[in-house]
Design a protein around this ligand. Sequence first.
Ligand SMILES: NC(=O)c1ccc[n+]([C@@H]2O[C@H](COP(=O)([O-])OP(=O)(O)OC[C@H]3O[C@@H](n4cnc5c(N)ncnc54)[C@H](OP(=O)(O)O)[C@@H]3O)[C@@H](O)[C@H]2O)c1
Length: 398
Amino acid sequence: MSSSATMSTGTDYSDSPLLWKYPLHNLNMQDGSGSINVGVLGATGTVGQRFITLLADHPWFVLHALGASPRSAGKTYSAAVNWKQANHIPAVARDLIVKECIPEHFKDCAVVFSGLDADVAGEIEEAFRAADLAVFSNAKNYRRDPLVPLIVPYVNPSHLSILPQQQLSHSPPLTKGFIVTNANCSTTGCVIPLSALEKAFGPIESLLVTTMQAISGAGYPGVPALDIMDNVIPFISGEEEKMEWEMLKILGGISKADDGSRAFDMHATHPLRVSASCNRVPVIDGHTECVSIRFAQRPPPSPQQVREALVGFTCEAQTLGCPSAPRHVVSVHEEPDRPQPRLDRYYQNGAGVSVGRIRQCQVLDIKFVVLSNNVSIGAATSSIVNAELAILKGVIQC
Ligand SMILES: NC(=O)c1ccc[n+]([C@@H]2O[C@H](COP(=O)([O-])OP(=O)(O)OC[C@H]3O[C@@H](n4cnc5c(N)ncnc54)[C@H](OP(=O)(O)O)[C@@H]3O)[C@@H](O)[C@H]2O)c1
């Protein structure tokens, strides 16, 4: 095993005070069926619509409450939403009445997913946590909080072990409520292959990444057509800073002090330097990223070894049996002109990532291209698999 043993992958959960504390009354572990009430905040938005689509057929989760702005509250979901998905509005959601985002309306939900706009997510998500509700957020507001785990489900589910500390730090201490966030959509696509490579070859010490990000990443209506058609915009506000910081929290481990308190180590045992350049391109869904990396290990792995490590990558979400985890996390392409957003963004229903053009880098060690679906694994799917992991690990009471 590489030095990744000191990092996030493969961390032992056995000392988590919440582990298996709660029996899974609402889950039939034999056939995997269940009835766990869930709510969606921001249900009418781009990410919210993907939540609705994915949750409509979920084997455990039942859509119980939907929330959006006061503009939408009081209307049926079908009247409130400007539906932009290729499928029809699922029957289970169509006639639900959209609520205002106040905890009282969601008190019967064991899990609350949030696709809220960052301008309002901070206050609303905190109110839900304070009401002892389990919140899985897509917004940026709490990603940097030292007690909030920033989880990419195939990479660092071990970071759930910070949650008891988060709950205790609340006044009064919480028994069920917490906030878990997932990463920025461009961070997510990049850290999945990186974590597979760190697991196989040990720490990465330098990373250059250039993104070509889809328009849907900006929500609806997003970037005006007159700005993005026939064009590339070489700036996405705050995006490069988010990528450079979030990767350290996600790929880093958790340190434990003598008094038992935990802290995210930000990859401190093997410092990682990240430089990101982010661009908006005229693609509807799917972020493409060109990545170059240098490993600490000398000599570095060959392109063929990198290929094999990505093909063989498996994660805890798969071994534990999360229903929304993909069968294969990474699809490795041999064709010289793949991955492409139009062809590859629905790999594993958007839950996997596609990697291609793995080759030697003349400046660092290895370079490749990764494509991920920003609205699925970059947002809603990550939250859903994070919640599935929290349930299977006994962190959520249901
Ligand atoms: N799009 C992506 O690819 C992506 C990926 C990762 C993370 N994210 C993050 O996910 C979040 C949602 O993004 P999005 O692209 O889905 O945005 P969006 O399309 O603009 O949707 C925003 C949602 O927030 C609701 N909202 C706005 N003001 C509100 C208020 N005052 N009270 C309650 N609800 C309110 C909207 O409801 P109404 O319809 O009623 O206005 C809508 O449901 C953002 O924080 C974003 O940064 C997005």
